[in-house]
Design a protein around this ligand. Structure first.
Ligand code: ZN
Length: 322
């Protein structure tokens, strides 16, 4: 089995600026490091290197997403605005999404990485793939960045693969602790992309991610939200997988499965209140890989989203890659 791997040092250079937690400081608080910074993902990559995992993965090549790629989902005015801000001094892409000079191009590279991984798996160049990308993407909406996400990596990547005729039916399983609102929006009226999000109830965004949001028009019934109460642990997540995710995917019969793999449901995460440990992520990944074997020739792409414990995300990520 070959596992493709997307990584680029430039992902680590996306600068979220001086902050106190998630709050961009303006002389009113002691400036520290923004909670979304490079450390979690860099330490994860370093652990893959230290454990000799990286050489067992097949490095995928990719390039910055073009305007044509991004506007498969995002509005042209939004892409233009982000690029202009990025070419000057940076700014905020919308809500809680600060970025520095050049971040638009780093975000484009991230979309390019996810798109390359989905295309490579769809074409059978590799069996499956892990995308260690930054910034994350699942909160990014059509016309604004949200929750540290500038462009929707998974949404654009799937649309590009569909437009290229590489896949017809795709399922997204988002286990980042926050609701995958941007990805939900991207495919809300479509019946050929099933989106499922398991997340802490009313964490972020507080006004989305409820079970009643099931899709609209042709997409009615093709969006599933599983909000779990704060304090949920591995038992709750594995039950949600067995009782909701697996039956839904079996009924849907995707050509390819994309996992929006955040690690902020871990016990150690400063941004949430869930209780997973690394073995739970390993077990969820195993379930997804087994299901992909059963349904779609093993075609599964894991795309890194959030996760804010710099010492614990690497263990969770390595567990999934293993
Ligand atoms: Zn998250």
């Amino acid at each position: 089995m070959t596992t493709g791997f997307v990584w680029h040092e430039r992902f680590m250079w996306h600068d979220t600026g001086a902050a106190s937690g998630t709050y961009t400081v303006k002389g009113d608080l002691q400036p520290g490091v923004h909670v979304e910074n490079a450390e979690t993902k860099r330490k994860f990559k370093n652990l893959l290197d230290a454990y000799d995992v990286t050489p067992q993965l097949e490095a995928l090549t990719f390039a910055e997403a073009t305007d044509e790629d991004l506007t498969r989902f995002h509005l042209p005015e939004y892409v233009e605005r982000i690029q202009a801000l990025s070419d000057q001094a940076g700014g905020d892409a919308g809500e809680y999404t600060p970025f520095g000079r050049g971040s638009a191009n780093i975000a484009r590279l991230g979309v390019g990485g996810t798109s390359a991984a989905i295309a490579s798996v769809a074409k059978g160049d590799v069996d499956n793939a892990y995308v260690l990308t930054r910034p994350p993407g699942h909160h990014a909406e059509r016309d604004r960045g949200r929750g540290f996400c500038i462009f929707n990596n998974v949404g654009v990547g799937i649309l590009a693969a569909m437009d290229a005729g590489l896949v017809e039916r795709v399922a997204v399983v988002d286990w980042d602790v926050h609701h995958g609102n941007g990805t939900q929006q991207c495919f809300y009226d479509r019946d050929d992309v099933l989106t499922i999000s398991i997340h802490q109830d009313m964490l972020y965004p507080v006004d989305s991610g409820q079970p009643e949001e099931t899709g609209e028009g042709a997409g009615e019934g093709f969006n599933i939200n599983v909000p779990l109460p704060a304090g949920s642990g591995g038992g709750a997540y594995l039950a949600a997988m067995d009782q909701v995710v697996l039956p839904a995917l079996r009924a849907f019969k995707p050509d390819l499965i994309v996992i929006a793999s955040g690690y902020d449901a871990s016990y150690f995460d400063p941004m949430s209140h869930m209780l997973l440990v690394s073995s739970h992520f390993r077990e969820m990944a195993r379930k997804m890989i087994d299901l992909a074997d059963e349904l779609c020739g093993g075609r599964v792409v894991f795309n890194h989203e959030g996760g804010y414990s710099d010492f614990y995300v690497p263990f969770c990520g390595v567990a999934v890659v293993e």
